[in-house]
Design a protein around this ligand. Structure first.
Ligand SMILES: [Zn+2]
Length: 146
């Protein structure tokens, strides 16, 4: 199995960086064919990393560090979202409840957003009800049972 390598290539003509499967091709901006000794900014092994590297390569040096930091934070957030366990959600819900142990849908939504999970308030709270963790008091309002 051969591994696909992607390259970010800087166009010697206009300086625009674009992603390519191999070290030849054309600049999508000015249409110039790349010479044999074209500058390869970086090589990556995943197409999704390529998109990120192209964006970075086309960012002025002074802003690049900031952008990379931003992207890595987004990446981290996405990773956490996939790993958010029901236990983590309920733990956070417990912390979001008020002194009386009441939980509003606004508070729940805040928790879900903070955790970056894709689940809806309804999904999470229905499951919490099923598991006997909360009691629905009214529409959009729950009481923690433990
Ligand atoms: Zn070009």
């Amino acid at each position: 199995m051969s591994e696909t390598t992607w390259m970010v290539i800087r166009c010697p003509h206009c300086g625009y960086c674009s992603g390519h499967r191999q070290g030849k091709g054309r600049c999508p901006l000015c249409g110039m064919s790349f010479p044999r000794d074209v500058e390869v900014v970086v090589t990556v092994s995943h197409a999704d990393a390529l998109q990120r590297e192209v964006a970075l390569a086309n960012t002025p040096e002074s802003l690049r560090k900031e952008l990379r930091k931003h992207m890595e934070r987004d990446l981290k957030k996405t990773n956490t979202a996939n790993e958010t366990s029901p236990t983590a959600i309920f733990q956070a819900l417990r912390e979001a409840a008020n002194a009386e142990g009441e939980l509003t849908s606004t508070a729940v939504m805040g928790v879900l957003q903070r955790l970056g999970t894709e689940q809806s308030v309804d999904e999470v709270m229905t499951r919490a009800e099923t598991e006997g963790l909360v009691l629905r008091l009214a529409r959009g309002c729950w009481m923690l049972l433990e």
